[in-house]
Structures are given as structure tokens and as C-alpha cells.
Unconditional design. Structure first.
Length: 254
């Protein structure tokens, strides 16, 4: 009976300790879709969550916008403890019948639920845009920037590092190489923010039957610290040459 009471008391103390630890707010993801005019002014804007993203079957088509049929997919390792985390966003859309080529489509995705398996270690973030063009008689350009932050969407996000912009134009290019940024000390939890801008151009007007898509892939790799060998193993390895030398001298003496 006394033994059972001790086990119960220990369990209650453990539970109290867990409840007393500061908890992290539930991870969140925000997707902001904006149409920009030729002066970079916002003329259409809409915010989505992961659960409410527009799909190909139920796309987002703002009234009077230069783009319609907008669908978005977001793939993320958010919530999984790892030394390799990634966020990939793909945006598909169509130009309107009265498309204005000076307008562009900007999509910003912020996910604050990433968990670093090696807190405090250095990390490298890679920013990689790509696109597929079905624009008849024109080209599609996708430019992207990746920002690594600490904090949360519910509180404050602080920038730890931002990659230079990278872009890809198709068909025919040009394309900028992938860009990177080093983070000297990546905390245990962090956020990835992507900003992707899509532009469509054509010399003779854009066919309304055209479609296009852009993808931005962001990867961050943490370099965990080297694990030192146990002291006993180091001592054994150090002693091996001495032991070998003694054996050789013993054989010669015999």
C-alpha cells in the first residue's frame, strides 16, 4: 500500500512539473494573396489559412482582378522535429480577358511551426523559385525571397536572416541561381516566410485561355554539433600504439 502511494505521489509531481513548464502557442500559417498594379500599389488582397486555401475546384477569383482561377498548395515539415525543414508553395492562376501586364500577383506564406532538432546550431537556408508557363505568346517570371524568423504570428516575429531574391523566367529565361542565407544560431522553434511574385508579359496581348504556375521552395538545414567520443574510447585509442610497441619489444626480447 505504501509503495503504491509513493508511485501515485511521484506521478502527481511529474504531472505538476509538466503543467508548470511554459507551453508554446499552437503553430499557425498565414497566406496573403495580393494583386499589385504598375506602381506596386495593392488593388486586391485576401488572407487565407491552410484549411481555407483556394483549390483548382474552388479557386479564388477577385472581382475586376487581372488574375482569376487562383489556387494555392502549401507543403511543410512544420511541427516535425528535424535538422532538415522545408516549406514549398505552388500558385496557379489565369490572366483575365482584359489582362493588364503591368499588374503582378504576390503571395506571402508565413509558417511559424518549425522545430529545430539542434537548437543553437548554425543553419543554411536555400531559396529556389521555379515556374511552368502555359501563356500563349508570352513569358512568366517568378521571383522569390525566403526569410527565417523567430517568434510567432500571434506575438512578434523577428528576422534572423533573408535570402537575396532569385527568379526564373520561362520560356527562354533568364534565370537567377538559387540564393542562400546563413543563420549562425537557429533557435529550437522558428518561422519561415516566403514572398513569391508572379509576372506575365506578352508582346501581342495575353490569350485568356492561358494559364501559369509558380513554385517557391525554401529549405533550411541545421548542422548539429559534432558528438565527442567517450573518454574511455579516447583513452583506449591513445593507448593502442603504446600496447603495440610493447608487444613488438617483447617479441624482440624473446
Amino acid at each position: 500500500m505504501l509503495r503504491n502511494a509513493r508511485w501515485i505521489a511521484a506521478g502527481l509531481l511529474t504531472l505538476v512539473g509538466l503543467l508548470a513548464q511554459p507551453g508554446r502557442a499552437t503553430a499557425d500559417t498565414m497566406i496573403l494573396v495580393e494583386e499589385l498594379n504598375g506602381s506596386s500599389g495593392v488593388v486586391n488582397t485576401q488572407t487565407f489559412s491552410v484549411s481555407s486555401l483556394p483549390t483548382s475546384g474552388s479557386p479564388y477569383s477577385p472581382t475586376g482582378g487581372a488574375f482569376f482561377g487562383i489556387s494555392i498548395t502549401v507543403t511543410s515539415t512544420s511541427g516535425t522535429t528535424s535538422n532538415l525543414n522545408s516549406l514549398t508553395t505552388t500558385v496557379a492562376a489565369k490572366p483575365s480577358t482584359d489582362f493588364d501586364p503591368s499588374h503582378s500577383l504576390r503571395v506571402t506564406v508565413t509558417d511559424d511551426g518549425f522545430i529545430n532538432a539542434s537548437a543553437g546550431s548554425p543553419a543554411l537556408a536555400t531559396n529556389d523559385p521555379s515556374n511552368s508557363s502555359g501563356v500563349l505568346g508570352g513569358t512568366v517570371n517568378v521571383a522569390g525571397v525566403t526569410t527565417i524568423q523567430d517568434g510567432t504570428l500571434a506575438t512578434t516575429l523577428n528576422v534572423l536572416g533573408t535570402t537575396p531574391s532569385a527568379s526564373e523566367t520561362s520560356p527562354g529565361g533568364p534565370s537567377d541561381p538559387n540564393t542562400t542565407v546563413s543563420i549562425p544560431n537557429l533557435p529550437s522553434t522558428f518561422a519561415i516566410a516566403q514572398e513569391m511574385t508572379l509576372r506575365v508579359s506578352a508582346t501581342t496581348g495575353v490569350d485568356p485561355n492561358s494559364s501559369f504556375a509558380g513554385t517557391l521552395s525554401s529549405n533550411i538545414v541545421t548542422t548539429p554539433p559534432a558528438v565527442p567520443a567517450p573518454a574511455g574510447l579516447i583513452l583506449a585509442l591513445t593507448a593502442l600504439p603504446v600496447i603495440g610497441l610493447r608487444r613488438i619489444l617483447r617479441r624482440k626480447a624473446n
